[in-house]
Design a protein around this ligand. Sequence first.
Ligand code: PEP
Length: 255
Amino acid sequence: MRKKLIVGNWKMNLNTHQASVLVHRLEENIETHKDVDVVICPSVMSVQPLNLQVNKRKMKLGAQDAFYEDEGAYTGQVSAAMLHGVVEYCIVGHSERRHVFGETDDVIGKKLAAVVRNKIKPILCVGETSADRSGGETKQVLHDQVTADLRNLTDKEIQNIVIAYEPVWAIGTGDFAKPNQVKEAIEIIRHNVRELYGAKTEEGLRVLYGGSVKPDNAQSYMDVEGVDGLLVGGASLNYKQFSEIVASAHKSAEN
Ligand code: PEP
């Protein structure tokens, strides 16, 4: 049985009280399934209090970002070393980090290494912009991101990471990708990892799709070959929608 992974990225939403209320609602509504792992990624403000609240059998905690140095004169940053023991997962290289905050593959590669070094499972986001896609550059962009971002990790470390294919044009836009576009992109990502690190490494890797996932399209992505789960933004802030997405992951894992 290959487990499905459903990740909720709350982005910069909800104060600690609101986050606690949402966790409460999720715990009431999400059914625990052996074949589905659920991860929520609240603001860094909320990870510590939620670590005390959350029922870890229902869901795990993730961070949305972490800095690559463990400590030092880096005002405003939170390190992976500080998140160690509080979160199990950490998103790295989300498109908003790349495109709003100008993070390069060099920075993302270092962050990925820091997260792994601190025994946190990274969820590396890759994906093309709409200009890349219309210019026929999707394959090259995915290849370049995968190659550059993973360069500091060993084969063994890569076996345990998660990669999320998130086309930038589909994030928060409602303009979701067609399942066959997702299939194609995920084949490219898996092919690149296989070429660089071998078949065993590629088989261990979990690959997610993210971009305007809602309860009514979740199943169609989960049924795509090579997709191990979903990274959900907007719909993860709605407990009913997120619980429905988790339920459809279970349905898909059963088939
Ligand atoms: C995301 O935040 O990674 C994301 C995919 O957002 P949304 O589901 O809102 O498109």
